[in-house]
Design a protein around this ligand. Structure first.
Ligand code: DP6
Length: 374
């Protein structure tokens, strides 16, 4: 019997992946860029055990047994095994053993945060550790579990290059800068109260590819320019440029969602109120201090610098008052002391009470890791 346990991070895109040119291999229409978030606050942990005595493959997600007959899961497993089989180092008999996969997220699924990225990155990395090929390029395999998962295999800021080969061999993730490059960068996730069931990313983007004219324009005329500018902003640690492109790309992505027929509506009124607060905050300060981005759901992800976190949180608490504001459970992650004074409240509106469920304060972090004794 053999067993490995690994963790893998969540990532949040600042230039979004939206639309596939090949649904089977999960090849995107455009490059994307994301930050890998610290596994201290958000991560998936996966244990894979292989044994010649297991009569079948099994998978348990957050304590619930799921079917192994899942196309994406089976594809990742067979791809890692195929690669391992090409290696002299690999003990070939292990490749034939059945496996039991147990995977947990340290963040509630109810948070509506994408768990497929950290989930598939963790699965592929743990399989690679099991078969001894963890040093190989694995992002092209994780990509076939869920597109965004390929970016979770690297630390820091990461680009998924769309590639041009039909077989997807060059559709891989690469690191732009490590997490140590811009250590002041912080991320605040605002989990909004929302019960509405949303369209999955997979389905939403497939409908966008079929129906949105705006998506064609985005892909042909906007993304490449923004990828180049954002990469420069990262290298130069230019927050003004980083923030502007991040917000514009998020807005364009949601415009594409609305241009989809029938439309995919992911942001809600609370999301739009957050957008207003951020623009107002930047306006009051005469510079971009905070940038928002929204994925296929209503939660906001804010990028900002460490020095601005206390004051921004103070304003968020003013704009979105919450009964639990004093509770340690309300602001999770890196602890922050809220200051008594700062940016003038008069400049901001107060929205209804308890519109936010909780906040997660985190930073840019490392890629997947093996955590059991080796
Ligand atoms: C809005 O990676 O979840 O989060 O490849 O179909 O599994 P599939 O989609 P998925 O899409 C993520 C979309 C996004 C933007 C992003 O992460 O780049």
């Amino acid at each position: 019997m053999l067993s490995v346990t690994c963790t893998a991070p969540v990532n949040i895109a600042v230039i979004k992946y939206w639309g596939k040119r090949n649904e089977e291999l999960i090849l995107p229409l455009n490059d994307s860029i994301s930050a890998t978030l610290s596994t201290e606050h958000l991560c998936t942990t996966t244990t894979i055990t292989a044994s010649p005595n297991f009569t079948e493959n099994k998978i348990t997600l957050n304590g619930v047994e799921e079917s192994f007959e899942n196309k994406r899961l089976l594809r990742c497993l067979s791809e890692v095994r195929r690669r391992a089989d090409e290696h002299d180092k690999c003990r070939k008999e292990i490749l034939k053993w059945n496996i039991h996969v147990v995977t947990e997220n340290n963040f509630p699924t109810a948070a509506g945060l994408a768990s497929s990225a950290s989930g598939y990155a963790c699965l592929v990395y743990a399989l690679a550790c099991l078969y001894g090929i963890e040093k190989e390029e694995l992002s092209a395999i994780a990509r076939q579990g869920s597109g965004s998962a390929c970016r979770s295999l690297y630390s820091g800021f990461v680009q998924w290059k769309k590639g041009c080969h039909d077989n997807g061999s060059d559709s891989i993730a690469i690191q732009i800068v490590p997490e140590t490059h811009w250590p002041e960068m912080r991320i605040l996730i605002l989990v909004v109260n929302d019960a509405k069931k949303k369209t999955s990313s997979t389905h939403g983007m497939s409908t966008s590819v079929k129906t949105s004219e705006l998506l064609k324009y985005r892909v042909s005329s906007c993304v490449d320019k923004n990828i180049e500018a954002l990469t420069k902003a990262l290298h130069d640690k230019d927050f003004e440029l980083f923030g502007k492109i991040t917000m514009q790309d998020s807005n364009q992505f949601h415009a594409v969602c609305l241009d989809t027929y029938p439309p995919c509506v992911y942001m809600n009124d609370i999301s739009h109120s957050i957008v207003n607060v951020i623009h107002q905050y930047n306006k009051v300060h005469g510079e971009i201090k905070v940038a928002y981005t929204f994925d296929a759901g209503p939660n906001a992800c804010l990028y900002l610098l460490e020095k601005d976190v206390p004051d921004v949180l103070r304003i968020i608490n003013y704009a979105f008052p919450n009964d639990n504001v004093k509770s340690v459970e309300y602001i999770k992650g890196i602890p922050v002391d809220l200051p008594e004074s700062g940016t003038d409240f008069d400049q901001f509106e107060t929205y209804g009470s308890n519109l936010l469920k909780y906040l997660i304060h985190t930073k840019v972090g490392e890629g997947p890791k093996r955590i059991d004794e080796q």
